[in-house]
Design a protein. Structure first.
Length: 218
């Protein structure tokens, strides 16, 4: 069964390479357009990457890309075998990521964020990756783009989640506080997995994360 990886926050798709190399089943990374596109267009990219026919897939969504996973679950729930969120933000139905994004701060900055998209600063990126080799962090800083402001601003619909739902909680996360993660996992009624690391477990705990994904998808 194919696993589709959804990359959030403008992060490059190669961040999943170490994890994917340890998985037995086939996988593909969905790279979203740099700084543009609607929620529907992002969801369609995921749907287009699904195998032909009615074969089901597993979605693994990181950070703000959970909103895209929710849109996919609203559009083609019959194609999903399981959804695993990693250090993710997930608004309630009818709410948007801007409503819950801890990076936004005062609402006065929200219009600018929606216009320009979410672009992580070098300082924030480096803070997310304690334990990551400096050469990898340097590459991450160079190649990280922005996440569409339209996707951030659009309210999510009413996803029909599959029976298998998981959440990987990152307990040392400086981007998405543990309290946020706990509430989302509870609302999703997800099986919770815990990693004592920051917001980029695919770079800091690749082997452990791969084991969690294997356990979840098997």
């Amino acid at each position: 069964m194919t696993t589709l990886f959804l990359t959030g926050g403008g992060l490059p798709g190669w961040i999943w390479d170490q994890v994917r190399a340890q998985l037995k089943e086939g996988s593909e990374v969905i790279q979203f357009p740099d700084g543009n596109g609607t929620l529907a267009e992002h969801a369609q990219l995921v749907i287009d990457a699904m195998p032909p026919g009615d074969e089901k897939v597993n979605l693994v969504a990181h950070s703000v890309s959970a909103a895209v996973a929710a849109e996919v679950a609203a559009r083609v729930p019959e194609r999903l075998d399981g959804v695993l969120l990693i250090a993710s933000l997930l608004p309630q139905s009818g709410k948007s990521l801007v409503d819950v994004l801890p990076l936004v701060g005062p609402k006065l900055v929200a219009p600018q964020l929606v216009k320009n998209g979410l672009k992580l600063s070098e300082k924030r990126l480096r803070a997310m990756g304690p334990g990551v080799a400096s050469v990898v962090l340097d590459k991450l800083v160079r190649e990280t783009g922005s996440f569409s402001g339209k996707v951030l601003a659009e309210p999510i619909g009413a996803p029909l989640w599959p029976a298998r739902r998981g959440y990987v909680m990152t307990t040392q996360d400086t981007a998405i506080p543990v309290g946020f993660q706990t509430r989302i996992a509870k609302r999703l009624d997800a099986t919770v997995y815990t990693l004592a690391t920051g917001h980029l477990p695919m770079l800091t705990r690749a082997r452990e994360l791969a084991r969690i994904i294997e356990q979840f998808t098997s």
